[in-house]
Design a binder for this molecule. Structure first.
Ligand SMILES: C[S@@+](CC[C@H](N)C(=O)[O-])C[C@H]1O[C@@H](n2cnc3c(N)ncnc32)[C@H](O)[C@@H]1O
Length: 349
């Protein structure tokens, strides 16, 4: 490993330098490559052991630290399906991991120093405070059906435990979940990272929560209903966690705004109100969606950012059709306003 650490891992020279070590040399290079990649998600990723798939599945540290705080009162946390320890690390010396995969159990023990048992969690009858991040890949592809996960969602929800946290797909149908569970959707730097279901002692009294990391700003569902109305001077694009948590109406009311359309997650307002829950744009022009009108509006513009919601138009196809040329740049929002397809020329604030 030490010999591979300083090499340019993708280069032929690195492969040549490690050739004398055979398969061990190839694995060392692969590990160095994974460790460098891991730094994006884990500040100490370059001292941990990975497999490519385990790294991809691992919870980013900022997110794992956030949800581990729900276990503040626990003396023991069972991490069922702990993989190489992305979450287990954040439970500190209270953590106890279980995984089906022997190699991952081995790496998790080295990575975390926690006890890790190699077992099938579907055959266990866990007690106490439990965290589970089920494997959601079926034959290498992301599975959206909770009954195809391992453990399945039904199996995890049937555990008779004091406190439960289960990571689920962010697009899960909230309405189909048992009413006593709480749902938290978390984004990191604007990208939706996870949805957690909370039960028992990990609950906080809010059915729906959107959490924005790294700031930690949280928005809770209040059953708000927002009105729709004409596009004003400003447009707010809510954070993905807010949209997935179905809390756009809550943000809309908080910024004294209105929806551009009852079915679309864009908020408009006549004045700016500071909010962590979305990004503001100034609206420069609103026009019916037409290629000719857009070409005219974008004369002299060479670079355009295209945002869309509620339209079948493909940004890349449109970009080609626009045949842009010039030194200017612009942002266009394609969406539905009061039921009609519109193009909004906007400027990020
Ligand atoms: C999505 S990964 C967990 C990632 C982990 N939370 C992290 O941040 O590193 C799911 C893990 O569940 C394990 N797993 C799947 N089915 C299992 C079962 N029936 N029993 C125990 N572990 C299982 C897989 O081997 C995999 O390591």
């Amino acid at each position: 490993m030490d010999r591979a650490t300083d090499l340019d891992v993708g280069s032929i020279a690195a492969a040549e330098a490690m050739r004398p070590f055979g398969e061990a040399g190839r694995l060392a290079l692969e590990q160095v490559r994974l460790r460098r990649r891991a730094l994006v998600k884990h500040p100490d990723g370059d001292r941990l052991w990975w497999t490519a798939e385990a790294l991809e599945q691992s919870t980013p540290r900022t997110v794992a630290l956030h949800h581990s705080r729900r276990y503040g009162e626990a003396t023991r946390v069972l991490d069922l399906g702990c993989s190489v320890g992305g979450d287990l690390l954040c439970f500190g010396d209270r953590g106890l991991g279980v995984d089906l995969d022997e190699a991952r159990c081995l790496l998790a023990r080295v990575n975390t120093g926690a006890p890790v048992a190699c077992a099938d969690v579907t055959r266990l009858d866990p007690r106490g405070w439990v965290f589970a991040d089920p494997a959601r890949r079926v034959a290498g592809r992301r599975g959206f059906d909770p009954s195809s996960w391992s453990p399945s969602l039904a199996q995890a929800l049937a555990w008779d435990v004091d406190a439960l946290g289960v990571k689920v797909a962010p697009g899960i149908d909230h309405d189909a979940l048992p009413p006593e569970l709480e749902v938290e959707i978390t984004s990191l730097d604007g990208d939706v990272k996870e949805a957690m279901l909370w039960g028992g002692a990990t609950t906080r009294g809010h059915r729906m929560t959107a959490t924005l990391l790294p700031s930690g700003a949280q928005l809770h569902g209040a059953g708000a209903v927002a009105a729709a109305g004409p596009v004003g001077r400003y447009l707010l694009e809510p954070d993905g966690a807010v949209i997935r948590a179905h809390l756009v109406a809550e943000v809309c009311i908080a910024v004294d705004g209105r929806l551009v359309d009852p079915t679309i997650a864009y908020v408009t307002a006549d004045a700016l109100t500071t909010t962590p829950f979305g990004r503001w744009y100034e609206v420069l022009d609103v026009m019916p969606f037409s290629l000719k009108r857009l070409r005219e509006a974008l004369r002299g513009v060479g670079t355009v950012a295209i945002k869309k919601r509620g339209t079948a138009v493909e940004p890349e196809t449109l970009r080609k059709q626009l045949k842009l040329s010039g030194s200017g740049s612009a942002t266009v929002v394609l969406t539905r306003v009061a039921g009609a397809q519109k193009a909004l020329l906007v400027q990020p604030l």
